[in-house]
Design a protein around this ligand. Sequence first.
Ligand SMILES: NC(=O)c1ccc[n+]([C@@H]2O[C@H](COP(=O)([O-])OP(=O)(O)OC[C@H]3O[C@@H](n4cnc5c(N)ncnc54)[C@H](OP(=O)(O)O)[C@@H]3O)[C@@H](O)[C@H]2O)c1
Length: 281
Amino acid sequence: MNAAKSVLSKVDLTGKTALVVGGTAGIGQGIAIQLAQLNANVVLAGRNAKAAQDIIKGFPNSNSHSFEKVDFSLLKDTRRFANEVKQKYKHVDYLVITAGIMRMTGRQETEEGIDDKMAVHYYSRARLILDLIPAMKKGSRVLSVLAAAQGSLVTETDFDLKNSYSVYNASQACPLYNDLLVDKLSTLYPDVVFFHALPGMVKTNLIEGLPWYLRIPTKLMTPFATTIEDCGAYMCSGFLAPERSSGYYLLGPKGEVVEKLKVHTDELRDKVYQHTLDLID
Ligand SMILES: NC(=O)c1ccc[n+]([C@@H]2O[C@H](COP(=O)([O-])OP(=O)(O)OC[C@H]3O[C@@H](n4cnc5c(N)ncnc54)[C@H](OP(=O)(O)O)[C@@H]3O)[C@@H](O)[C@H]2O)c1
């Protein structure tokens, strides 16, 4: 933690706007707390307005922060949200996305024909980043929190797992796609710095979506899990480190840079990106 604190002691985000999608709970809340302590104007986004208001009350300068509603399982709502953010805030200096779902049930298609978990963990992330790029200036940073360098390639013929869906397959595909996305976007938008992080085990309510026989053993592990505040400090130290000022980075639980997977090639990156554009447009 000392290394993280040392990095953060050199960062001052006064006058900067930081949007945290998933900031209404868990890891996003921990990152938002840290960003507010670094003097950013924080915009929390999610579905739960009451949770956001309670969190904002605990921030320093609580009048400089706000909440915006979004249902990230729907691309159309993500687009509406992005447009509203652009109109209202003009610039987004830091975009953090942590929105997530833990559920063991099978594919649940939204009205847009996408599995809702894949929408929240990948497709809406891609949609939002692309829609907000015009509101980002040189030096802006984007952090997606899911599971950097932890995925694997399930199939090259059914990227959205329409016919190959399982909870396991989705849990492998979305982390890999996030790795590939930050890589691709860094080549297309060199003024912005892109990060994908693995937070490690963090004490949040994410596991409440699990059936009891998985939830109880997982809860027994929580004494060993990181608090949201510490996780927020680690994630912020990783993505705000001044020397990480161009390109893309995959981060581990302490904010350290981790190696990309062997399957992460330029060819696969470009294929998954083309698939993503086809689907989210
Ligand atoms: N906790 C861990 O140990 C751990 C480990 C590895 C990876 N991760 C990943 O880290 C991310 C954050 O996890 P967490 O533990 O912080 O989860 P969490 O405590 O359950 O928080 C999830 C957040 O996602 C938001 N969210 C969920 N569905 C949404 C939707 N349809 N639209 C908008 N927002 C939505 C929730 O906001 P609203 O309820 O307000 O919508 C909430 O703010 C997830 O992607 C998770 O897979 C977590």
